[in-house]
Design a protein around this ligand. Structure first.
Ligand code: FAD
Ligand code: ZN
Length: 475
């Protein structure tokens, strides 16, 4: 998607030399072949360009880069693992990329306080492993965890599959260190759960998609490691039945209900058809499926899950269910879920939404959106799946069989308008997880409160008066 036609910003040789002097020659990338992985992304949806990628190794270096960029009014794009889905990390107008990946140290772990202070470039999976090594859980979990970074997770306020129990990235951060556009270092690192000393500045930067400053470190919350995890794959007839099962699970499992993922039959079919080694865990076909996971600090997760499923069967909600008998089976259930999105690729073009509506409205949303989308594009194949427990559905639409991909994708904004119209009527959000970036930037003013947009612009102008920090993203 070419939101803006990229044209490389011209940096003078002196300016490049000054940036190089900050990070060292080795960590200033100027060869286009080496720059390529930083300016494109996996799905090939956004293509950018940049004359320079800087790979700083410390907060002091990030600060010096911002100071120099301010002096010369050079625009910057912060980048972590480059897994974002809305183009926020792509330099679309020849900006200088600041890759935080080298800054991946764990500065401190505090087992008693249940905190870990890490640098922004730490890969999420490594953060999970470092927590596990001290017998703690860092519960943020998403399919991109092998390559996304803590800084990126916080900047996009990532959700993922355990948000039902633990919340979003925002809920897992106690403090931040941020470098502002002018190079000042804002130190908000803190292990405190309780601190009522004025405005909550941390939360301005979380979810800001790199438009207000560069997160260089964070103090993360850790949790007790669950002793037992139980996972089931359930077949049922409708999203309404899934919603009833969610209520039962909530009532009976309360805080140990970690995930409750809804999957349409077409999503399961795609995953089985295109994912390697993926099998349907149930004997027969169902119209809808749910993946439920319970985690408990005691050994009772399995028994609790069985009780929920029995209750669901007695009420005529659950048609069939398989409980994972081993860790391998648990992983196989999750693999099926995680392959849904990539498995849409071989089916042709796909128009994606990561909307949320109040949990109780999900069945009505799916019904209304399916009808409207098929009316707009006959033969279009809605592939709804996602985090029913959070009211967050990945409402993806695959092209009609045999249709021309480019022509289908050209209707992206028309499809958006139809889907977002239904979302707004239901009091929902056009982005529950992935953010605004450039993909939804032009839609934002129409769906967000006018005063909220004014305040957002005011905050942006105060923190980044020269407009050098990830310009053209979000606002
Ligand atoms: P990047 O892609 O590098 O950057 C994302 C944004 O954050 C950009 O705007 C960038 O400028 C900014 N940024 C990055 N680092 C910093 C920093 N240190 N300081 C300031 N700004 C910064 N998201 C979910 O919420 N839930 C999911 O379940 C989920 N699943 C995914 C599955 C896959 C396979 C993929 C590819 C993506 C998924 N995502 C999901 C999208 C999600 O936003 C990212 O995966 C992740 O949070 C981004 O981290 P990153 O390090 O790759 O950031
Ligand atoms: Zn998701």
């Amino acid at each position: 998607m070419n939101i803006n036609t990229p044209s490389p910003r011209l940096l003078s040789p002196e300016q490049i030399a000054q940036f190089k002097a900050i990070v060292g020659d080795k960590y200033a990338v100027t060869e286009q072949a080496e720059i390529a992985p930083y300016v494109t992304e996996d799905r090939n949806l956004f293509h950018g360009c940049s004359p320079l990628v800087l790979r700083p190794g410390s907060t002091a270096e990030v600060s010096a880069i911002c100071k120099l960029a301010s002096e010369h009014r050079i625009a910057l794009v912060p980048q972590g693992g480059n897994t974002g889905l809305v183009g926020g990390q792509t330099p679309l107008n020849g900006e200088v990329v600041i890759s935080l990946r080298r800054m991946d140290r764990v500065r401190e772990s505090d087992v008693e306080s249940n905190t870990m202070t890490v640098e922004a470039g730490l890969i999420l999976q490594n953060a999970q492993a470092r927590a596990a090594a001290i017998d703690r859980l860092f519960p943020l979990s998403l399919a991109a965890q092998g390559s996304c970074t803590i800084g990126g997770n916080l900047s996009t306020n990532a959700g993922g599959t355990a948000a039902l129990a633990y919340g979003l990235a925002r809920d897992m951060a106690l403090g931040l260190e941020v470098v502002l556009a002018d190079g000042r270092v804002l130190n908000l690192l803190s292990k405190l759960k309780k601190d009522n000393t004025g405005y909550d500045l941390c939360n301005l930067f979380i979810g800001a998609e790199g438009t207000l400053g560069i997160i260089t470190a964070a103090t993360l919350k850790l949790f007790p490691k669950p002793r037992a995890v139980a996972t089931a794959f359930v077949g049922l007839q409708s999203p309404a039945a899934a919603l009833k099962l969610l209520q039962i699970a909530r009532n009976e499992a309360a805080g140990s209900l970690t995930s409750f993922e809804l999957i349409a039959d077409i999503a399961l079919d795609f995953s089985v058809r295109h994912g390697i080694g993926i099998r349907d865990p149930l004997q027969s076909k169902h119209q809808w499926y749910v993946l439920i996971e319970l985690s408990s600090s005691r050994d009772d997760a399995g028994a609790a899950l069985e009780a929920i499923l029995e209750h669901g069967m007695e009420d005529g909600i659950v048609d069939d269910a398989a409980i994972a008998a081993s860790i391998q089976q648990q992983e196989a259930f999750w693999k099926l879920r995680e392959e849904i999105s990539p498995a849409q690729k071989p089916e042709g073009g796909s128009i994606k939404h990561d909307i949320s509506v109040p949990v109780a409205a999900v069945p009505d949303f799916i019904e209304a959106a399916n009808a409207a989308v098929v009316q707009l594009i006959p033969g279009a194949r809605p592939v709804p799946f996602g985090h029913l427990g959070d009211g967050n559905i990945h409402y993806n639409i695959s092209q009609p069989i045999g249709a021309e991909t480019a022509a289908f994708l050209a209707q992206w904004h028309e499809v958006n308008a139809v889907v977002f119209g239904i979302v707004l009527k239901m009091g929902g959000s056009i982005s529950a997880e992935h953010g605004i970036g450039v993909l939804k930037r032009d839609e934002l003013p129409a769906v967000k409160d006018k005063v909220a947009i004014e305040l957002m612009r005011g905050i942006k102008a105060m923190l980044d008066p020269l407009g050098i920090m990830n310009p053209g993203k979000v606002l």
